[in-house]
Design a protein around this ligand. Sequence first.
Ligand code: AMP
Ligand code: MG
Length: 410
Amino acid sequence: MSLLSVEQARERILSKLDPVDTETIPLTACVNRVLGVDIVAADDLPLFDNSSMDGFAIQAADTSNAAPVSRVTLRVVADIPAGSTPRISIAPGQAARIMTGAQMPEGADSVIPVEDTDFNNRSPGTPAPKTVSIEKIVKHGDNVRQRGMDVHAGDAVLKKGNILKPQDVGLLAMLGFPEVEVYKRPLIALLSSGDELLEAGAPLESGKIRDSNSYMLASLVESTGAEVLRLGIAKDTRESVQGLIEQAVLLNADMILSSAGVSVGAFDYVKDVVEANGSLNFWRVNMRPGKPVAFGEYKSIPFIGLPGNPVSAFVGFEVFVRDSIGRLRGISDGSRSKVRVRSEEEILSDGRESYLRAIIREEDGQFVATLTGHQGSGNLLSLVQANALLIIPAGVKCVPAGQEIDAWLL
Ligand code: AMP
Ligand code: MG
């Protein structure tokens, strides 16, 4: 039986996942959350015609003959600070002093900046002059920000499924949304498995190692914007594995993520426990590292079992879990962008789709990649030192030096 390709496995997982429910939360808490509705503007932006400069609101036509030798002098009939409502209409021959962001008065169609007048004075508290002289032609609309030039009421400005960026939050505030409907943060239950594992702070014992995966995977889950439910370390027994996973059911997790215990070892019970309490959709993918990855359902909660070796667990997370959590979070377009890099050295592969740790640097406008240290899947430092994963496609056994390949930046 031939193994599933990475793409087939990803498809199988994604096709089984639906976004979680939405909730309405304050605007102050929504950055990085995923929009649960399309946002339609109820107002024009800018809300009203306003000045983009400190200056004088005038009728441009008054300046049609203005020049250094024939200055035009206008009577200043109003003073309009930001935030006020202009009460006077500007007639020919008149001007109103106006501040940046202040509403344009009726009658005026343009603004001449103070620095282009004989009244170049912006010290706080300076009263408006009685008259202002201009020696420059001003065009209709100069230095006026027209109502609706950015957004028209009725425009769809943000789409359901967008991750809210800080600038989106600013726009929502501009449009008067004190709260916003977003997808809930999915709860990802995380367990490690293995009799050899100790908590990071525990004293070392012979034959034991520290559980690094749960810390690394929890950090990865958090980096996606989901919430982590730490279930701890399961012993290599059916009872222990099932006992921990049941906690995820009890606490309504949206996904169960485990590491280790899904290979062919005599004590690898994770897969069995899932099968006995749900179903296994697939096990093992044609990739390296990370071949023994499992996907299924435990009592209808999606389950992804990552390999135990830390680098394999990391790669498995990036290849399968990140976008899966994205789907749960409601992200509409989750696909991660690749960059093209030139390999500095010849890379041999075994024909599986391979994810290799590398350092990428820019050289003559091109990315050049060098593999890091020992590529064995237990060597975490080689991942720590890397800033990219090179992706060697399935079927390729040799990438000659100088050839371009895809990479993910880390
Ligand atoms: P397994 O899939 O259980 O055969 O584990 C494969 C390898 O990963 C073994 O060398 C384990 O000791 C190691 N391993 C398993 N779980 C973890 C973990 N949580 N942290 C670090 N290494 C682990
Ligand atoms: Mg094990």
